[in-house]
Design a protein around this ligand. Structure first.
Ligand SMILES: *Cc1c(COP(=O)(O)O)cnc(C)c1O
Length: 235
């Protein structure tokens, strides 16, 4: 067998295993697995891996680093049929290419960034789909809006016509076991509920990665962001 088909078997098998993990966790949670989307996080992986996963039916891809992402998007033949999510740190001087080349941004945590994305979203495209990143573990050095300031940010973002507020995203501090991993995800669900009662119609809770997607699904995740379990370890 050639190296190429070895690798393609690898991706297909890993995709099946990840889908099975999602189904099993949904079953434990008493949820419909159809309500949990898989975002394939392709950072540090080549465009050929993205193309291969796309041929296996995977549609949504997440990228963290702008320059890498723009080059990759350009070189994936199926790019227009795919859904591109920006999930990395976003500086205000880098918003324009994100507004022009992505369908979703999951890492909005300041009104200034949201305003720039709104102003720079091209007229011919659908509104940019936005998740607010929440600093759910309260880590001072980490990105994300603090929970006590979330409502005000949501109000502001919801007012921008070229953005559509879809939900919340988090990247909690690592936990030792599933019970501990569930705690921040549980608080996220409560925060989403508060926004819902304040009149925001959110349909997305972006939480869970390769190591903790079960905990996230048990707490209501609707979008798991999976990198290494799909593409293999990153160097
Ligand atoms: C890298 C990354 C992921 C995927 O992490 P894995 O552990 O490889 O699944 C998910 N979300 C964000 C924001 C990331 O940066």
């Amino acid at each position: 067998m050639t190296a190429v088909s070895d690798r393609s078997d690898g991706i297909q098998n890993r995709l099946e295993r990840v889908r099975k993990r999602i189904e099993d966790a949904a079953e434990r949670a008493g949820r419909d697995p159809g309500n949990i989307r898989l975002l394939a996080v392709s950072k540090a992986k080549p465009a050929s891996d993205v193309a291969e996963l796309a041929t296996l039916g995977q549609r949504a891809f997440g990228e963290n680093y702008l320059q890498e992402a723009l080059e990759k998007i350009r070189s994936v033949p199926e790019r227009d049929r795919l859904e591109w999510h920006f999930i990395g740190p976003l500086q205000s001087n880098k918003t324009r290419p994100v507004a022009e080349h992505f369908d979703w941004v999951q890492t909005v945590d300041r009104l200034k960034i949201a305003r720039r994305l709104n102003d720079q979203r091209p007229e011919g495209l659908d509104p940019l789909q936005v998740c607010l990143q929440v600093n759910i573990s309260g880590e001072p050095q980490k990105a994300g809006i603090m929970p006590d300031a979330l409502k005000e940010l949501a109000e502001g973002v919801a007012g921008f016509p070229r953005l559509r507020l879809r939900g919340l995203m988090c990247l909690p501090a690592p936990a030792d076991d599933e019970a501990a991993a569930r705690e921040p995800f549980h608080r996220m669900r409560e925060l989403a509920g508060e926004l819902d009662r304040a009149g925001h119609t959110l349909d997305t809770l972006s939480m869970g990665m390769s190591g903790d997607l079960e905990a996230a699904i048990l707490e209501g995740s609707t979008l798991v962001r999976v990198g290494s379990a799909l593409f293999g370890p990153r160097r």
